[in-house]
Design a protein around this ligand. Structure first.
Ligand SMILES: *Cc1c(COP(=O)(O)O)cnc(C)c1O
Length: 385
């Protein structure tokens, strides 16, 4: 029997050589050779104005919140169906997360419900690209312009995804945060990046990344001594980790192609259940291009969802339940939310499953085992064949 874990990080063939190079360079801290090369590669490939490599997706969000001047009293609208980091980035600056419902087709923020949440304290909209599916950024940008709000996208999962006009996720909003955590498509263990597309924010982003100092001006030869000029933290990725990340980005087409094979195998196996309206699978609207970060299934009820997970686990296949909504989590309750406040998010989160998805699964033997097992378990639950 095969064992199919939820995730396995991809290892690019050249990474060992590159790590040794980084190690022997004796320049191991941030913004050295491999960081610079990775930044250039990312800018060129995805059309970002500028990008700052950070120790995690979480810290990229925090850096973005500081850069957006989020402070006490400021409200930030975000989905409840997301990771704790999205909300923590705002809380840590004294801001208040305001949770919005999702659109069940994509599990992303329901843009039709944002307007009703806007108050005189609203400062920013912070959507996410769940499962790598781009959120409705054009609609969000229109709302933001109308009410003079900032926008940062938690793009932790969506590097390589594209809007229908070809633009890449992260290239459209003023700020976007990526994650290069082990569980993401492209990873260096722990890592992240803040994309800054607004030219007026670049200099300050450099200060914030370097612990609130103008060290960047010394490195670029403008000054000969640096000092404390702003808020900030240590938002730098080590050059050793950047050497790993570089090879992942270089191999991005290969990684996406392999993930696509797995994604499409799930899609064909589940289509009949989707057509019969028993299960829901991701709906990628016309023209959007997915990076195949995740494949989710929404079951008809919690009981069948749990039965599916248990049966797969007995076959050594490790699927997961997805996020516990933030509004009804322990911390959400402390912030004054109740589980009924976002009933759709609450309801769907009890019925969703995220399937194992990683490049190495495209190997035909494991993929056959996985898909056959999924089909067998589903036909047992729904008595079809
Ligand atoms: C992974 C993830 C994060 C956190 O990224 P880290 O690199 O693990 O800090 C934040 N938001 C979303 C939506 C994520 O998927």
């Amino acid at each position: 029997m095969f064992k199919i874990p939820f995730n396995l990080p991809f290892i690019a063939p050249e990474s060992e050589i590159n790590i040794l190079d980084a190690l022997r360079s004796h320049s191991h801290c941030g913004n050295h050779k491999w960081c610079m090369a990775t930044v250039e590669l990312l800018k060129e490939k995805y059309g970002f104005f500028d990008i700052f490599l950070t120790p995690s997706g979480t810290s990229a969000l925090e850096m973005g919140a500081i850069l957006s001047d989020i402070g006490p009293g400021d409200q930030v609208i975000m989905p409840s169906y997301t990771f704790s980091s999205t909300a923590n980035a705002i809380l840590l600056q004294g801001g208040q997360p305001i949770f919005c419902e999702i659109n069940p087709d994509t599990m992303n923020i329901d843009v039709r419900q944002i307007d009703a949440l806007i108050t005189s304290k609203t400062k920013m909209i912070l959507p996410i690209d769940y499962a790598g599916i781009p959120c409705d950024i054009d609609e969000i940008n229109i709302i933001a312009r109308k009410y003079n709000l900032k926008v940062m996208v938690d793009s932790a999962q969506s590097l390589g995804s594209q809007y229908s006009d070809g633009r890449y996720c992260g290239s459209v909003s003023p700020l976007a945060a990526f994650s290069f955590h082990e569980t993401k498509n492209f990873s260096c263990g722990e890592g992240g990046a803040l994309v800054v597309n607004d030219p007026t924010l670049i200099e300050r982003a450099r200060f914030i990344q370097e612990k609130g100092t103008d060290r960047s001006l010394v490195l670029s030869g403008v000054k000969n001594k640096y000092g404390w000029v702003d808020k900030g933290s240590s938002f730098l990725l080590s050059d050793i980790l950047a050497s790993i990340l570089y090879t992942q980005i270089q191999n991005s087409e290969v990684i996406l192609e392999l993930r696509k094979m797995v994604y499409q195998a799930y899609q064909s196996a589940l289509e009949i259940y989707e057509k019969k309206n028993i299960l829901k699978i991701p709906i990628i609207k016309n023209g959007l291009i997915n990076n195949y970060h995740a494949f989710f299934i929404i079951f008809d009820n919690e009981k069948n969802r749990d039965l599916f997970l248990k049966n797969l686990r007995d076959l050594q296949i490790f699927a997961y339940i997805g996020y516990v909504p933030l509004h009804s989590s322990k911390m959400g309750m402390k912030l004054g939310y109740q589980s009924e406040d976002l009933s759709l998010t609450e309801n769907i989160s009890k019925r969703i499953v995220r399937m194992p998805l990683y490049a190495q699964l495209a190997d035909s033997k494991s993929l056959d085992y996985l898909i056959n097992s999924v089909e067998t378990v589903l036909s047992k639950i729904y008595r079809t064949n």
